[in-house]
Design a protein around this ligand. Sequence first.
Ligand code: 8YV
Length: 306
Amino acid sequence: MSKPRILVLADPKPQDMADRLAADYRITRDIADAGDVQIVVTTGGLGLSSAQMAALPALRLIAVNGVGVDAVDLDQARARGIQVSTTPDVLSDAVAELALALALATGRRIAEGDRFTRAGHWAAGGNLAMGMPVLGRRAGILGYGRIGRRLAAMLRALGSEVLYTSRSEKPDSPDGFRPDAATLARDCELLFVTAAGGEGTRGLIGAAELAALGPSGLIVNVARGPVVDNAALIAALQDGIIAGAGLDVVDGEPDVPQGLLDAPNCVLTPHIGSATDAARRAMAQLVLDNIAAFVAGRPLPTPYQP
Ligand code: 8YV
């Protein structure tokens, strides 16, 4: 039997995992040459748009190398009976760890201190402005899925009380439920965004929520950029409405608004939440496993579950 053809919109990482995919399948990267292709590999960030999906009449499986499906046209997938797989759990530690790192970097002015030192200000006798403590402060988590719960466990272990907001209260949770983002922001000092992207969460954090977080509050976003309103965040950073922001994702990424680039109290990373060798390798393995199961006519090991 000849090897199935697959459309790869972005190679899984590291390279040896992409090589394994290329060894098992015939790969095309050209959507115009994929009319017969049943399987697409994409990422959480890239997804698969309505137009792309419509250009793939034979499509049967969308293998997302990531957990976010906000950029996949799920309605069309459902209507056409196209299966969708994701890579849950294996990236949760990496993303939660980056969220903690961003909180620490923002509160303790690590990026600012690095720039300050390299610019020679330390050697010239200067003093960096003081930071604020991070560990043990009351944390709020917006979006209490796998990543949010993993982050909650880390924060608890570091001495923080943890509150969370999600669609419904979780009776099995040791953390405190708050019904909406504004109440969560009011009641915490470190606000972590781990919510799924998409229209349902767009702009959940705006001017009112940032005002509720207050002048000693920090916000960290490791989820999707549009959950936080850029203009409101820039104003809040400039006007001291909040103390700082740590952002791994930004609405409009990879372009970052000048107001965020200019804000000294904003720490930016280029959407690297899952970018550790261990996490990316395990994600790629799940992509391979899901494709192999599909080709063999078996149930997907990790189908997307709403
Ligand atoms: C990307 C992500 O998929 O999981 C997600 O939803 O956004 C990321 O992990 C990653 O860039 C894959 O290459």
